[in-house]
Design a protein around this ligand. Structure first.
Ligand SMILES: *Cc1c(COP(=O)(O)O)cnc(C)c1O
Length: 432
């Protein structure tokens, strides 16, 4: 019922619920554990998409993570946390001109380019500024490698450029002067729980990088081997073992670096680094029975944790969850777990966080924690649905709890809206 010695009840009292709580020790263990076993030539880039909180990133950065960003705010977050530009890459299929200019002006290590049109844009924008910008080509691979929950390769995709088109593109090193095409990026899927799949992906990508370099004449300053390491959410799943990943990847990397001693090798990871560090803490408001089933209606729901609705599956499976209030101990003494539906405050039947979950008898005021919720939580959820706004986020480091994002207040949600007035000049900013 504690996190680094602090009672969850105390966190709920201090910061209110619903609340996301991140454990800095778990974040640090994830990044350092991965880096310790991987070949030293492999640099781990944290995908801020998974959890863009600046303090979460800062803890990972302190553990040696670099940054993979995909928006202006993610870029600013990484820079504000102190990531050096040479340890940042920017990726995404539809970058705006503003984002590309921000990349050029901040001097990121590389822009991961996802189309030939984008490559032309980078060339023009860099030329205008007299800059030479390193670009990695994101390749949509010909083959699909099974084993991930969301397979990327071998399908028509908006991401990257098809392998065949890249290989037929001619001499890209000569064609572009300001866009310094000097590397390859491939991302083959997410939620991979089998280290052998990571090994097969890596082998394919390193080989593809060589083929691309050969046919397009580009240098290989950097090869991004993707990642997609998973964490276990559901019964029967097991976390991917970093030692097994290393056993697969390290020999391939050793062989590759022997031939390409100066090449930076990047592994990207979001979910694996952040996922296990987060708990979504809900306060139970009401309990009731309906047609023989028990419902605990909580103060938080799927608007903060869309993934809990059931990811990659038509059958709703529960995230791991536990009763985290002090009463839990008493409850454990009292008796058997019961079957509970834990739902939120939204006016939709989809707002179901847990279905038929085994929990002790719940009463109003109890705290339920949805575990393994550090990745793809609030930022991947419809926080504005029913205008509840986003929850507060707390990071626990060295036994102390820090507020790292404040809860949206009604004023925060009202502020960006304007009440139009019939007859007022259409382009005049209204006062609210
Ligand atoms: C989403 C994404 C990641 C992060 O994926 P995880 O499964 O969270 O590690 C990395 N790279 C790319 C290109 C992505 O789109």
């Amino acid at each position: 019922m504690r996190i680094q010695g602090i009672e969850y009840e105390e966190l709920a009292r201090r910061f209110g619920t619903p609340l996301y709580v991140y454990d800095g020790e778990v974040l640090t263990a994830a990044i350092t554990g991965l880096r310790q076993v991987l070949h030293p030539a492999v640099e781990v880039f944290y995908s801020l998409k998974a959890n863009p909180n600046i303090s979460v990133f800062d803890v990972l950065r302190a553990g040696g993570a670099r940054a993979e960003v995909s928006s202006l705010v993610e870029l600013r977050t990484a820079l504000a946390a102190g990531a050096p530009p040479e340890d940042i890459i920017f990726l995404g299929p539809g970058k705006s001109e503003r984002e590309l200019i921000a990349c050029l002006e901040s001097g990121v290590h590389a822009i991961v380019c996802e189309s030939f049109d984008e490559l032309d844009d980078i060339e023009h924008l860099a030329a205008e500024r007299g800059l030479r910008q390193r670009v990695l080509l994101r390749v949509n691979p010909e083959c699909a490698i099974g084993g991930s929950r969301l397979t990327m390769g071998g399908k028509p995709r908006q991401f990257g450029i098809d392998e065949a088109q890249v290989l037929a593109a001619g001499n890209l090193a000569k064609k572009y002067r300001y866009a310094d095409v000097a590397g390859v990026h491939v991302y083959l899927g997410t939620r991979i729980l089998d280290a052998e799949v990571v090994g097969r992906n890596t082998r394919y990508i390193l080989d593809l990088a060589d083929r691309v370099a050969h046919s397009t004449g580009i240098r290989l300053d950097t090869v991004d081997i993707g990642g997609g390491l998973g964490v276990a959410y559901f019964e029967g799943e097991r976390d991917i073992d970093p030692a097994e990943v290393a056993a697969q990847v390290n020999p391939l990397v050793a062989a590759f670096t022997a031939e390409h001693p100066g090449t930076r090798l990047i592994m990207e990871s979001g979910r694996y680094l952040a996922g296990r560090a987060g708990v979504y803490l809900l306060g139970v408001r009401y309990v009731k029975e309906s047609m023989g089933e028990r419902f605990a209606i909580a103060d938080g729901g799927t608007h903060h944790h869309m993934a809990a609705v059931g990811i990659g599956s038509f059958v709703k499976r529960n995230f791991p969850a536990a009763l985290l209030s002090r009463r839990a101990q008493e409850a454990a003494d009292v008796g058997e777990d019961e079957s509970w539906n834990v739902t939120g405050p939204l006016c939709t039947p989809n707002d179901s966080v847990l279905k038929h979950a085994s929990l002790p008898a719940l009463v109003p005021g109890d705290l339920v924690g949805i575990q393994c919720s550090g990745a793809y939580g609030p930022s991947a959820s419809p926080g504005l649905f029913l205008s509840h706004g986003f929850p507060a986020e707390v990071l626990v480091v060295d036994g102390a709890a820090h507020l790292v994002r404040s809860r949206d207040e009604p004023e925060d949600l009202m502020r960006p809206q304007y009440l139009y007035r019939r007859g007022a000049a259409a382009d005049k900013e209204s006062e609210f």
